[in-house]
Design a binder for this molecule. Structure first.
Ligand code: 48H
Length: 278
């Protein structure tokens, strides 16, 4: 208590304890800003699970079309399988017909000494795709794993999310939910989201068996073509792109060539924009 009275004394106490100091303001700014972002994405148009190349291209195109789109990425760094190029040689190969997508993101590339093939720096591709998706208006939630789907009346209606560290530590903590008009499996080789739909919801997806056909060995040209071909709606509210689509449709793998992934993302965005307009 001071001779200036109780108010002055409480202000002094706040000052002495460091309250309202820069440290408090930094924390407050982050908490308010993050929660505003999260709150704006509790019910969205498109939830993309996995921020690999196909998901990032789709996110940019969908955001540019005016849809509310969020990417959920379980790792701290988005970019999926791009960063390491081929066997950690951090260069990737892209075919000529996919170069307009790299150009759209402002990512540089060079002709390879092989007809129709071009190389690009894997780190520039990964960072460029991430930057381009965010700048277009997509929102990315990293270190968040989609651990389940929401299933309502024969429709995939959202994603069940959890902090990746909580899942890794196997802590018994209930998740939260984001509702979405379209859910995209962009989880790469395992097609985790489609697997949840077939195993847990018991749905028959749009394949000859009604189930995931499974990835086949390497055959680059076939794998690249089937990745784009298999990019489609598999069930009401459920779509797949990139390696996930290829795994679902029983396509061949293709190694460190990325034109198919980029074109898959672009095709997926077009399909979803058409479907959500109906
Ligand atoms: C949140 C998740 C979850 C989950 C996984 O594999 P990706 O790079 O995705 P694609 O399909 O766009 O690209 C595939 C390409 O990178 C590749 O692997 C190629 C061309 N392989 C050829 C070959 O022969 O091997 O990224 C998927 C992302 C990753 O960042 C995961 O961390 C993330 O999805 N993810 N995120 N919740 N449940 N599961």
């Amino acid at each position: 208590f001071t001779r200036h009275g109780p108010r002055a004394s409480s202000l002094l106490a706040r000052k002495e304890s460091g309250m309202n100091a820069t440290e408090e303001r930094i924390t407050g700014a982050i908490v308010r800003s993050y929660f505003e972002k999260l709150q704006q994405h509790l019910a969205i148009d498109v939830a993309i699970v996995g921020a690999g190349p196909s998901g990032l291209v789709a996110a940019r195109d969908l955001a540019r079309a005016g849809l509310r789109v969020a990417l959920f990425e379980s790792k701290l760094a988005p970019g999926g399988g791009i960063w390491g190029g081929g066997m950690l040689f951090n260069e990737i190969v892209v075919q000529a017909d996919a170069l307009p997508i790299l150009d759209d993101f402002g990512i540089r590339h060079r002709p390879a000494d092989a007809p129709g093939l071009h190389t690009a720096d894997a780190v520039e591709v990964a960072s460029g795709l991430i930057f381009g998706a965010l700048q277009a208006g997509a929102t990315l939630f990293n270190a968040i794993r989609v651990e389940d789907i929401v299933f309502h009346e024969d429709r995939i209606a959202g994603v069940v999310i959890q902090w990746t560290p909580i899942a890794r530590l196997q802590m018994h903590v209930d998740p939260l939910v984001v509702m979405a008009r379209a859910v995209v499996d962009g989880t790469g080789h395992p097609s985790e989201i489609v697997a949840m739909a077939t195993r847990k919801a018991g749905v028959r997806i749009d394949t000859p068996t009604g189930d995931i056909l499974g990835e086949r060995p390497m055959w680059v040209d076939q794998g690249e073509a089937s990745t784009v071909e298999q990019t489609r709606r598999l069930y009401p509210g459920l779509y797949a792109c990139g390696m996930a689509a290829n795994n679902v449709g029983g396509g061949f793998r293709m190694g460190p060539i990325f034109g198919g992934m980029l074109k898959s993302g672009r095709k997926l965005a077009r399909l979803i924009v058409e479907d959500l307009r109906d």
